[in-house]
Ligand binder design. Structure first.
Ligand SMILES: O=C(O)C/C=C/C(=O)C(=O)O
Length: 138
């Protein structure tokens, strides 16, 4: 399976990524799977629990694949991230899951808490900017 086939489709009229010069802009990514299901959603009886660590890992794996689709190496090319959380109390868990992906130099990052994301089962979304020199992506 190619990386492109394993990626979720956009939910609307936007590109998953766009390049301008050496910069690749990655549209906001959630834990949505190519099947349309959302990772990290645990149904328990009548209730539902959202695993922010699982969602964060899935989001970063998807960003990694998108950077590769754009011709880059993956997450290591990311220079900036903006993260959106639905619950401020998820920050520590989110931060730990996120940090495991960047043991060395990390991108700049801004995290904000929002009232809601496009689907009620999404608790984290991240958008990214990667630097992928044109010469290295051809
Ligand atoms: O791709 C996702 O699952 C996240 C969705 C984002 C949007 O639809 C959007 O930011 O407009």
């Amino acid at each position: 399976m190619t990386a492109a086939a394993a990626l979720p489709r956009p939910l609307g009229a936007y590109a998953r990524w766009r390049r301008t010069g050496d910069l690749v802009f990655i549209a906001g990514v959630s834990a949505r799977l190519p099947s349309g299901e959302i990772d990290g959603v645990l149904r328990e009886g009548d209730g539902v629990r959202h695993d922010v660590a699982a969602q964060t890992r899935r989001v970063l794996q998807t960003i990694d694949a998108l950077v590769q689709e754009a011709g880059g190496a993956g997450l290591a090319d990311c220079v900036d991230m903006q993260a959106f959380l639905v619950r401020a109390e998820d920050f520590a868990t989110f931060n730990a899951a996120y940090g495991a992906f960047f043991p060395g130099e990390a991108p700049t990052r801004t995290t904000v808490v929002v009232r809601a994301l496009p689907h009620p089962d999404m608790v984290v979304e991240i958008k990214a900017v990667a630097c992928v020199p044109v010469a290295s992506s051809q």
